[in-house]
Design a protein around this ligand. Structure first.
Ligand code: BTN
Length: 269
């Protein structure tokens, strides 16, 4: 007699977000290597509609920032990619999309998690010193502007055990008796992501930047950082127009691009 030990994790993503375009078309894959890769294939092959979301229950080779892997237990989390066409953004303005997307995720999660939710520069979703979610945005340029963006989002939702202490989930932070409804959460995320994207499209950059800094992890607090093998104490005082992190060190302001600086051990992702 065959012994079936496979866990059931079939979730049918039928959502009806109150949006103009984000999530109106959903491509659901029970399993795939990476939703970002699947979205890139769609862009190369079919000129998909803006707002199309590719989602899977079981991402087998999820990719993270800095060449890291993104691991998520099948059927317990959200792993999806949103296709955007931000032709209004110059290649040098990519960071604005990071801001809008981070805030979109923040808006959906804050009512569930509460005031301790933060965005860790450039775009990790944090509670305390633990990571709740991550974003991997991959852009295709056309001349000086961004033709396509694949916005990959991984959120730890119902998974409880991670094997390492730096990750957390909604269910670990704010447990629900019957776990979180993944399609319901996805639908809400489509709405908040679209709102922030439309804010960006409308040129409301000042508001976006103010909102981003208000919830930035370790903003205006002195902490230890590391750059080029050197450890130093400094205070995050803002971001520049290219999205570089501005840190005040010994009375001087130093600017760091992504990968040029890391947070100290307690804050490492
Ligand atoms: C990070 O924090 O390192 C970014 C993680 C991004 C993970 C998501 S899951 C959906 C999408 N597909 C991928 O392969 N990666 C992103």
């Amino acid at each position: 007699m065959a012994l079936y030990t496979t866990k059931l994790y079939i979730i049918l993503y039928k959502i009806h977000p109150k949006t103009l375009f984000v999530g109106q078309i959903l491509q659901y894959l029970p399993s795939c290597q990476s939703t970002n890769d699947e979205a890139s294939v769609l862009i190369a092959q079919i000129d998909p509609n803006e707002g199309l979301v590719v989602i899977t229950d079981n991402q087998t080779a999820g990719r993270g920032q800095r060449g890291n892997q993104w691991e998520a237990k099948a059927g317990e989390n959200l792993t999806f990619s949103l296709i955007l066409k931000p032709g209004f953004l110059m290649a040098t303005e990519q960071f604005w999309l990071n801001i809008a997307v981070s805030l979109g995720i923040y808006d959906a999660l804050q009512p569930l998690v509460g005031p301790s939710l933060r965005i860790k520069w450039p775009n990790d979703i944090y509670v305390g010193n633990q990571k709740l979610g991550g974003i991997l945005i991959e852009n295709t340029l056309h001349g000086y502007s961004i033709a396509w963006s694949v916005v990959g989002i991984g959120l730890n939702v119902n998974q409880i055990d991670f094997g390492y202490s730096t990750a957390t989930s909604l269910q670990a932070l704010a447990p629900l008796p019957n776990t979180y409804d993944l399609p319901g959460l996805l639908s809400r995320l489509c709405e908040t992501l679209e709102q922030r994207y439309l804010q960006l499209l409308a040129g409301q950059r000042d508001t976006l930047k103010i909102n981003y800094l208000q919830i930035l992890y370790r903003f205006q607090q002195e902490h230890r950082f590391e750059s080029e093998g050197q450890s130093f104490r400094g205070t995050i005082i803002g971001i520049d127009p290219h999205g570089r992190l501005a840190i005040q060190v010994n009375g001087q302001i130093r600017y760091f691009a992504f990968k040029e600086v890391s947070f100290d051990i307690e804050g490492r992702s």
